[in-house]
Design a protein around this ligand. Structure first.
Ligand code: CP3
Length: 342
């Protein structure tokens, strides 16, 4: 029997949607915090295959999710390309910045990224061996625009101002950077697939700040290139795209990019997404992560609403964005029970 997530990704409508959760291995789980402390810090955890596999498996053991997502980060790829990367406690990621063409030219050759990323592929191999037979293994990378916003600004930004500024003042440098990230992402994801990832997901967390032609040029086009290259190398590989907060940009995104599934965030209603996105294929989403903090009848009602809205098409149940560190692990169980008994 084929795994439920793979069946949904092929377009099958299942009586109960399969479930996984963005950031399902994370700080809301005491066992994650313990393993992270054992590793020393977050980056050491990412690059330690045994411990990264362990934290990937923790939410599978605790909840029996239908998919496991490789434990890593979208910023490991810039690091493999030569950027300095570190995490400021309580603040988030910091990177060396790219501000001109010399910065793009100084990046390492794409063929060299595997030197840095080899431990990540080893984590994938360990997981492919260790996962229960019904659990799908998802690999991932950041989409080029989102990765570029961090490489240009050197940190997370509210409005992606520095990346938008470079895009308008020095288009050649900006486009060259997008191209390098696109090529590197193809190699990175392809290596994850060769190591055992069964599905890959592209996280375009800041797609929502690209408007009009910019959305086409920098959210759609790089995704088209990545998906075409991956499908040429790995025929039949299912791919999930997450152009977060794309709004109307979600409409037609699967057809335009070749994605098998579009993940939607919770800024759009499940009814709207069912009508405008699920009409062309599988949708993943989109319960607000706030319910993992607040719980109770509000969680139950909102979970049922998502399940009901997507009932007539292919659906993978997920949150609209990652679960937050202040979430209560019991609420995750309540969500799962509600989906499976709805
Ligand atoms: O979903 C999963 O469980 C898989 C692992 C995963 C992580 N990050 C682990 C992580 C995935 C898929 C990501 C993706 C990621 N990383 C994105 C795209 C998705 C999104 O959230 O929009 C982005 C933008 C990043 C970059 C990043 N990594 C930021 C901005 C931060 C700091 C914010 C925060 O939540 O602390 C991280 C750190 C990070 N990545 C943590 C985890 C579990 C927390 C690190 C810790 O343990 O302290």
């Amino acid at each position: 029997m084929t795994k439920l997530i793979l069946r949904a990704l092929k377009g099958e409508i299942l009586p109960t949607p399969p479930i996984w959760m963005m950031r399902q291995a994370g700080r809301y789980l005491p066992e994650y915090r313990a393993t992270r402390a054992q590793a020393g810090d977050f980056l050491k955890l990412c690059y330690n295959p045994e411990l990264a596999a362990e934290v990937t498996l923790q939410p599978i053991r605790r909840y029996g999710f239908d998919a496991a997502i490789l434990f890593a980060d979208i910023l490991l790829l810039p690091q493999a390309l030569g950027a300095d990367l570190w995490f400021e406690t309580g603040e988030g990621p910091r990177l060396s910045t790219i501000t001109d063409m010399a910065g793009v030219r100084a990046l390492r050759p794409i063929g060299d990224i595997h030197d840095t990323l080899a431990p990540i592929y080893q984590t994938v191999r360990l997981l492919a061996d260790a996962l229960p037979r019904e659990t799908t293994l998802i690999g991932f990378a950041g989409a080029p625009w989102t990765v570029a916003t961090y490489m240009i600004a050197g940190r997370g930004t509210k409005d992606q101002g520095p990346a938008h500024a470079l895009k308008s003042t020095d288009r050649a440098t900006f486009s060259a950077l997008i191209d390098v990230i696109t090529d590197a992402t193809i190699e990175y994801l392809s290596a994850q697939v060769l190591a055992g990832a069964e599905v890959v997901k592209l996280f375009d967390s800041w797609a929502g700040s690209l408007k009009g032609a910019d959305f086409t040029d920098f959210a759609v086009k790089p995704t088209v290139r990545i998906i075409a290259a991956l499908k040429a190398r790995h025929p039949g590989l299912p791919i999930i795209a997450f152009p977060r907060e794309a709004g109307a940009g979600y409409i037609g995104f699967a057809a335009a990019t070749g994605a098998d599934c579009v993940a939607v965030d919770n800024s759009v209603s499940p009814e709207w997404a069912a009508q405008n996105v699920q009409n062309t294929g599988c949708v993943q989403g989109n319960l607000s992560p706030i319910h993992m903090v607040s719980g109770g009848q509000g969680l139950v009602d909102a979970t049922r609403r998502v399940v009901d809205a997507f009932r007539t098409g292919p659906h993978i149940f997920n949150l609209g964005h990652g679960i937050t560190p202040d979430a209560n692990p019991d609420n995750v169980q309540l969500m799962i029970d509600t989906v499976r008994n709805a």
